[in-house]
Design a protein around this ligand. Structure first.
Ligand SMILES: C[S@@+](CC[C@H](N)C(=O)[O-])C[C@H]1O[C@@H](n2cnc3c(N)ncnc32)[C@H](O)[C@@H]1O
Length: 364
């Protein structure tokens, strides 16, 4: 195996940085010269998926969930949320039997057509997509909703878990519009620290909830699947598209709260009407015959974000604006409070706004 190393020099701010790219020659060689077999060797489900004609190894997760929970028993109408590239839809179309089978697949990404599967391309957290889905099941509810949705993980666990939970709740909200009483909802869930809150939310709609980890889901992954059976919404529950989780439009949604949920806080104007107007500018109040006496701020900011800009300005190292003059004190009239305690003197009224402009054009 030959490890590859490539380096690129980048010159920035008169300094040279070397970026070194390393690649494992072994894997590339495996893939390029040995028929792209390395992933086949490492991942049994990946290999099996290709051998059995599934679009993704995820197919085995749904198949194994079905082995445990008999998910497809008596199911004729199903929704596959977050379906691309489509292996769960393939499983549904192979497993659901009968003349009136309906399978609706939805994903942000385009998906190659699958015989017998209706497709919608859209974001399940958007009301417009949710409405299209609901439209397909008007008057004839679904028996099963599955959701294998996963956001692009950031690696920041709290954020990833939060976004995954939002996706699950968006799927649940759609489910409350389309699922038959007694129906089943299956969704990918991240077993993070707040997972019990999700279970409680799901429990409001389903009496029977289990968390399952199929063999084909890697143990190293936080993912599992909630299997929620016996859909039974609370007495009097009316599914509502204006769920704040779906589409944040303050005026249309939150602002229409009624009864005890709606709070209007009193709005009070304070201060004498003859006091200075904060939105106006006023001429300097100069004593006749004397110059303007500048008074330093009592406490300049400690470690402000523009501190580096001030330091660079002192050593003439501010960036040169494209095509413009060197950024010196004269071209960047920053009225900067000096981090050492002396306030800089910009033109009257320049204040901190010009600092932001100057700092933004810094070469980093
Ligand atoms: C793990 S893949 C699904 C694999 C699929 N079950 C299969 O077997 O082929 C996760 C999918 O979630 C989709 N997704 C993520 N966020 C979404 C959203 N807000 N709306 C719709 N789809 C979403 C992604 O586009 C991606 O295709």
């Amino acid at each position: 195996m030959v490890a590859m190393e490539t380096s690129v020099d980048i010159v920035n701010d008169s300094r040279t940085y070397s970026l070194v790219f390393k690649s494992s020659g072994g894997q590339d060689q495996d893939q390029d010269q040995m028929g792209r077999s390395s992933k086949d060797k490492r991942d049994m489900y990946y290999r099996l998926a290709k051998e059995e004609g599934w679009r993704a190894r995820s197919a085995f997760k749904l198949l194994q969930l079905d082995e445990e929970f008999q998910l497809f028993h008596g199911v004729h109408r199903a929704v596959d949320l977050c379906a691309a590239p489509g292996s769960w839809s393939q499983v549904l179309s192979r497993k659901l039997m009968g003349p009136d089978v309906t399978i609706l697949a939805v994903d942000l990404q385009a998906m190659a057509p699958l015989p017998g599967v209706i497709q919608i391309q859209g974001d399940i957290t958007k009301v417009s997509t949710a409405e299209q889905i609901v439209g397909h099941f008007a008057g004839r509810p679904a028996d099963l909703v599955v959701c294998d949705g996963a956001p692009d993980v950031t690696g920041l666990h709290d954020i990833d878990e939060y976004i995954q939970a939002q996706l699950l709740l968006a799927a649940l909200n759609i489910t409350t519009h389309v699922l038959n009483k007694g129906g089943t909802f299956v969704a990918k869930i991240f077993r993070g620290k707040d997972v019990t809150l999700l279970y409680s939310q799901l429990r409001l709609f389903f009496p029977d909830i289990a968390c399952a980890k199929p063999r084909s889901s890697r143990n190293s992954s936080i993912e599992a699947f909630v299997v929620c059976r016996g859909y039974n919404p609370p007495e009097g529950y009316v599914p509502d598209m204006a769920n704040p989780l779906l589409d944040h439009s303050y005026d249309l949604e939150q602002n229409q709260l009624e009864g005890p949920a709606r709070l209007i806080a009193p709005f009070l104007a304070c201060g004498d009407l003859s006091a200075f107007d904060a939105d106006r500018t006023y001429p300097l109040q100069l004593t006749p015959g004397a110059g303007y006496h500048y008074v330093s701020p009592l406490q300049p900011p400690i470690c402000p974000p523009y501190q580096e800009a001030c330091a660079r300005r002192r050593t003439q190292r501010l960036a040169r604006p494209p095509g413009g003059p060197t950024a010196t004190t004269s071209s960047f009239p920053l009225a900067t409070p000096d981090p050492r305690g002396r306030a800089g003197r910009g033109p009257a009224g320049a204040g901190s706004k010009s600092i932001v402009g100057g700092a933004a054009s810094l070469d980093t």
